[in-house]
Design a protein around this ligand. Structure first.
Ligand SMILES: Nc1ncnc2c1ncn2[C@@H]1O[C@H](COP(=O)(O)OP(=O)(O)OP(=O)(O)O)[C@@H](O)[C@H]1O
Length: 224
């Protein structure tokens, strides 16, 4: 599903990611590492938001550098900060935004928006003004907008940082319940034990790649 071939991303002179080759086909992949280790850069490579300085990234056979638009149809990306992706004043309009662009019928859009809001614990929020919501509620609105699109792959960049315990649980239930593949970047190590594979980044390199228990032990040893 995801293949990186000798990928480096330069930021000025410094690499944010160095010579990364990787093939990911597991349903649930976690990504951890210290601040600035390259996790968000890696996540953004997966939908073409960041392009490799060298090497190639393909998702479902599509090159993210040259087929970005098609890639973004398949990859739903949740930003760390929901304000980066909410564009409409009301919750309902915002969650419907991507579906309207896909020219779906009104009934289908309404049903998908309702189901996504329900899934995110936002039933009845359609007419609420986004700017009056709390940070955590806005994060859930952004997630609902992505779920409504039913992408093949969900890339979630620290989706739980703004959330209380109940909504954190809700996001993780959604991740567990979804039939979509998920790549989850997080500092919240408790989210990962049931994952299939966990990548640990360190200073722009993949320092460990394996099962959650070993990956978490490796990461804990690295920072202790
Ligand atoms: N647009 C940019 N311009 C310059 N430097 C950048 C840019 N984006 C990322 N970097 C640098 O690349 C490195 C990796 O950043 P990245 O955001 O991928 O880290 P991260 O692991 O997601 O960190 P955090 O846990 O703090 O979110 C950092 O040193 C960062 O300062």
């Amino acid at each position: 599903m995801i293949v990186l071939d000798r990928v480096s991303v330069l930021r000025g002179e410094r690499p944010a990611l160095s010579d990364l080759s990787l093939s990911l086909d597991e349903p649930r992949v976690g990504v951890i590492g210290a601040n600035g280790s390259g996790k968000s850069t890696f996540a953004r490579l997966l939908n073409g938001l960041v392009r490799p300085s060298s090497g190639t990234v393909t998702v479902a056979g599509l090159d993210t550098a040259t087929q970005g638009k098609d890639v973004r149809r398949k990859v739903g990306f949740l930003f760390q900060n929901p304000d980066n992706q909410i564009v409409y004043p009301t919750v309902g309009e915002d969650v419907a935004f991507g579906l309207k662009r896909e020219r779906l019928g009104k009934g289908e859009i309404g049903a998908r928006v309702g189901a996504a809001l329900e899934r995110c614990g936002l039933r009845g929020f359609e007419e609420r003004l986004v700017h009056e919501l709390s940070g955590g509620e806005r994060q859930l609105v952004a997630l609902a907008g992505i779920l409504a699109m039913r992408p093949e792959l969900l890339v979630l960049d620290e989706p739980t940082t703004l959330l209380d315990l109940r909504n954190r649980r809700r996001v993780m239930d959604t991740v567990e319940a979804t039939a979509r593949r998920v790549v989850l970047v997080t500092h919240d190590l408790e989210l990962l034990p049931a994952f299939d594979r966990v990548l640990v980044f360190e200073a722009g390199r993949l320092a460990f790649d394996g099962k959650p228990a070993e990956a978490l032990a490796f990461y804990r040893a690295l920072v202790s």
